[in-house]
Design a binder for this molecule. Structure first.
Ligand code: HEC
Length: 319
């Protein structure tokens, strides 16, 4: 009776949080096992061997429901990581070059205007020249009612190379290349236990750039046995929605010429364009971190002062 009561109590506690509601179900039925692990229940149902490892692509390929991505992105060191994070402007300029010469053939940056590039160290005239290199469809029709194309001006946004989403999909095997403005914030691979605990302390928030870098450098590998690649898609173990994606390997060694001596490799291009996309997704990251640091220092100093004041105020009071 006592065990039943405590089991019911534990089950009730679990039920209060929506996430645990399902896990509490078996405990209620048996009435004696509130700490029933959901993993054990499901592995029994699906008939999967309990010792099966999920970490290798081979194991993923053979399990009934593979987990994507097949490989986890490497954690890179970025200039903008951590509380002292700042932009490496040279890297952002290289990233812009990679985006312009390679990615912009398929992807737009519809939330980034040309004048935003001032933040990357370009002056007014350079931004004007850069904008004029693009043909933009003016939102207002001409006096005779036709839509006109004109050279870009600094207040225009990076346009899509396709007329509309259907045209974009039709030229890319049915998958329209997504806008990249917020991509570095929209994608991040779950890191799982215990990393997410460390991430709270280290303020890891670079899942997006790590993912983009891994995706761009992840082509050219042999799919493991049992993984079927649909025609028109390209195997990439780092893609988070399946074993293959419609984007072919976009960049090769030596494709973009750097003028600052940085290595002209897929590895370097991927880092630079991932950093650039982090900037497009969060242009005020560096200011946010600088302000945060000052606020933390102030709060710590303020706490020390309050403690000293408290000691002073209560100094003469017996307690
Ligand atoms: C030939 C056209 C083409 C080029 C060039 C290209 N992409 Fe893509 N990209 C695509 C297509 C198509 C998709 C959609 C893939 C899918 O969902 O299957 C895509 C998807 C993506 C994604 C999203 C992946 C996801 O998780 O959904 C990222 C990130 C990306 N591209 C980055 C880049 C970068 C960075 C460059 C430049 C180095 C680039 N792409 C160049 C066609 C292209």
């Amino acid at each position: 009776m006592k065990t039943l009561l405590s089991a019911a109590l534990a089950a009730g506690l679990l039920m209060t949080t929506a996430g645990f509601a399902q896990e509490a179900q078996p405990a209620q039925q048996t009435g004696a096992e509130p700490a029933h692990s959901p993993g054990a229940a499901t592995s029994g149902e699906t008939g999967m061997s309990p010792g099966a490892s999920h970490s290798t692509p081979e194991a993923e390929a053979h399990s009934a429901t593979p987990h994507y991505p097949l490989k986890h992105p490497a954690t890179l060191s970025w200039s903008f990581s951590g509380p002292l994070g700042h932009w490496d402007v040279g890297q952002l300029q290289r990233g812009l070059k990679v985006y312009k010469e390679v990615c912009s053939n398929c992807h737009s940056l519809e939330l980034v205007s040309f004048r935003d590039l001032r933040a990357l160290g370009y002056n007014e005239a350079q931004v004007k020249g850069f904008a004029a290199g693009y043909q933009i469809q003016d939102p207002n029709p001409s006096a005779t009612g036709e839509m006109v194309q004109r050279p870009g001006i600094p207040s225009d946004y990076f346009p899509s190379p396709f007329a509309n989403a259907e045209a974009a999909a039709a030229s890319n095997n049915g998958a329209a290349p997504p806008d990249l403005s917020l991509m570095a914030k929209a994608r991040a691979v779950e890191r799982g236990f215990p990393y997410f605990l460390f991430d709270i302390v280290t303020q890891y928030a670079q899942g997006g750039p790590d993912y983009i870098h891994a995706l761009l450098t992840g082509y050219g590998q042999e799919p493991p046995a049992g993984v079927t690649i649909q025609p028109g898609t390209h195997y990439n173990p780092y893609f988070m929605n399946g074993p293959a994606l419609a984007m072919p390997q976009p960049i090769q060694d030596g494709q973009v010429t750097y003028d600052d001596g940085a290595p002209q490799t897929v590895e370097q291009y991927s880092r630079d364009v991932a950093a650039f996309l982090m900037w497009t997704a969060e242009p005020h990251l560096a200011e946010r971190k600088a302000t945060g640091l000052v606020v933390m220092i102030f709060l710590i100093a303020f706490a020390v002062m309050l403690w000293l004041v408290k000691r002073r105020v209560w100094a003469g009071v017996a307690h």
